[in-house]
Design a protein around this ligand. Structure first.
Ligand SMILES: [Zn+2]
Length: 221
């Protein structure tokens, strides 16, 4: 009886509607230009949670919630993800690993919320695999990426192995292998270079600040 309840509990926690293959290829595609037919690429966040070295106990895919209803407020997928994990009420003394695959990297506000979540849950290890960088040319979004980076939330740009893993875990793949699109790895490497440049800028900023502080110190001595 106890075993049956446990199986039901685990199934309930781990079952989800898998992403249709077409949706995955379109939404997770890392091409610079959206392939035809044109449809907007939205935020999808697929997560899985497991105790350290244990089997997956929860997984799901979330999208942004568009404004509507009485509150009239929309909610980004990352905030819905945090709400979801908080609602699971896990054993707070156990170490959990959470892996997220996201179509777009988080905005600054979501980055701050993710950092606050990890700060409140020291036993959670969170890592993000992102297909594309969201508004990477804007300073605020760059700051969000740097904030995650220095707050023990690694952001890694998805390449072939990550697309394959995501396909295997979250897509209604009907046992078919993932079919990489043209230049997938080149696109991924370009996006990764861009991310590294953004992350390095914080070091340069720190170096400049250190130099500035040193000058101030010399001036005052
Ligand atoms: Zn956001």
């Amino acid at each position: 009886m106890l075993f049956a309840s446990l199986v039901f509990f685990l199934l309930r926690r781990t079952t989800m509607n898998p992403l249709p293959r077409k949706v995955f290829y379109h939404q997770f595609g890392n091409q610079k230009r959206v392939p035809r037919p044109y449809r907007r690429r939205k935020t999808y966040l697929c997560y899985q949670l497991r105790p350290q070295d244990g089997p997956v106990t929860a997984r799901g895919c979330l999208q942004n919630k568009v404004p509507g209803g009485l509150s009239g407020h929309g909610r980004h997928a990352e905030i819905r993800f945090i709400d979801k994990i908080r609602s699971l009420q896990r054993d707070s003394s156990q170490t959990f690993e959470i892996t997220c695959y996201v179509t777009w990297s988080p905005c600054f506000t979501c980055a701050e919320e993710l950092v606050a979540f990890v700060r409140d849950h020291p036993h959670v290890r969170l890592r993000l695999f992102a297909s594309r960088l969201y508004f990477h040319w804007l300073r605020k979004y760059q700051e969000g990426l740097r904030l995650l980076h220095k707050s023990r939330i690694p952001v890694v740009i998805m390449n072939l192995p990550e697309f394959q893993n995501c396909w295997g875990e979250f897509v209604d793949n009907q046992d078919k292998p993932f079919q990489p699109w043209n230049k997938l790895e080149t696109y991924s490497e370009n996006i990764n270079r861009r991310l590294q440049r953004i992350l390095e800028r914080s070091n340069e900023g720190n170096k400049t600040k250190k130099f500035h502080d040193q000058c101030e110190h010399w001036k005052n001595t």
